[in-house]
Design a protein around this ligand. Structure first.
Ligand code: 13P
Length: 335
């Protein structure tokens, strides 16, 4: 078994998932301001350290994706944050893209940047303790989107990123996110997501990426948030698995979904059903940002010194999702 495959399997072992705490300073500022907490480096660190030192880290969270600011910060015990995460029994990871910018040649679409100087930055992050990385490509969806140009150029960037990450002995999380925003049907989401994922793997293979040493982070197959086409959670699960079976090579060890704007309960319920009817060899789990942190952030914002109370809220959400990743969640476990 390759070293990268071992890392990928460790992150997702026993229903463990990934905490995506890699919001850029701009996004984190928005999240904090929404709950009336000033976005200072100290406050960003305090919230994140509160999560990273919660007890669920050892049982439920196999990896934490950090942002550049956080991986270089020190905990209240004067340890570097990756050390704290390792001591809690989880693995530190890092977001390495530099964000999605307007794609020249297309209206209303984006291309993710960050390839220039990436090899050097990866070496630095590896020294800081990162074991895995993340890069997110983002795709609008409607009648004419995503365009071939967006599908092709984002797949190319995801593949070049992945090859560089593996060269530097870390596991790349490959995240092609077809957004939930819009009036599109679940069928449209299924078709466009399948096309996006297939193109990503075509490029990953061309760039000689070892597919056993990656984790795929896709969206679930959902109807758009402004769509009239409502489908059941069971249909979401079935369509999502059908899409993955059609488009993901069997060598890939694990698939960890993003939550993408679903509510906490919705993303847990859908994950549970996907895992329950999972008839593939892929390990199925979660790599949630908002769906793991929303309630904890709201609770914390009322009293930012209430570490224990905040951790209790976070522990519950992580536990629910780890049960869901094993198909063992039910609604009555929610408090
Ligand atoms: P959400 O779960 O909030 O969609 O965030 C996941 C993520 O890492 C987006 O890049």
């Amino acid at each position: 078994m390759s070293e990268l495959n071992t890392i990928a399997l460790k992150i997702l072992e026993k229903g463990k998932g990934i905490l995506a705490a890699d919001e850029s300073t701009g996004t984190m500022t928005k999240r904090l301001e929404d709950v009336n907490v000033p976005s200072t480096p100290d406050n960003r660190l305090l919230f994140r350290e509160t999560l990273f030192s919660a007890s669920c880290m050892s049982e439920c969270i196999g990896g934490v994706i950090l942002y550049d600011e956080t991986i270089k910060q020190e905990s209240s015990k004067k340890d570097k944050i990756p050390k704290l995460i390792l001591e809690m029994g989880s693995l530190p990871g890092i977001k390495v893209d530099t964000g999605a910018k307007i794609l020249a040649g297309s209206t209303n679409e984006k291309i993710t940047e960050g390839l220039d100087g990436l090899r050097e930055r990866l070496k630095e992050y590896y020294k800081l303790g990162a074991k895995f990385t993340k890069w997110r490509g983002v795709y609008n969806i409607s009648e004419n989107y995503p365009s071939k140009l967006s599908i092709q150029s984002n797949a190319h960037a995801l593949a070049r990123y992945s090859a560089l990450v593996q060269e530097n002995n870390m596991v790349p999380i490959v995240e092609p996110e077809v957004l939930m925003d819009g009036e599109h049907s679940a069928k449209d989401c299924f078709e466009k997501t399948s096309e996006v994922i297939k193109k990503c793997f075509e490029e990953l293979i061309l760039h000689k990426v070892d597919l056993k040493g990656i984790i795929l982070k896709p969206n679930m197959i959902l109807a758009g948030n402004k769509s009239k086409d409502k489908i059941s959670n069971k249909e979401v699960a079935e369509l999502t698995l059908k899409c993955l079976k059609n488009s993901v090579p069997t060598e890939v060890p694990g698939i960890a979904f993003l939550s993408g704007g679903q509510s906490e309960i919705e993303s847990t319920e859908n994950l549970n059903l996907i895992s329950k009817i999972n008839d593939t060899n892929f390990i199925i789990s979660y790599s949630y940002g908002r769906a793991l942190q929303q309630s904890a952030l709201k609770f914390w914002s009322k009293d930012i010194r209430n570490i224990e109370g905040t951790q209790k809220v976070f522990n519950h959400r992580a536990k629910m999702n780890t049960l869901a990743a094993q198909g063992n969640w039910s609604k009555d476990l929610e408090i």
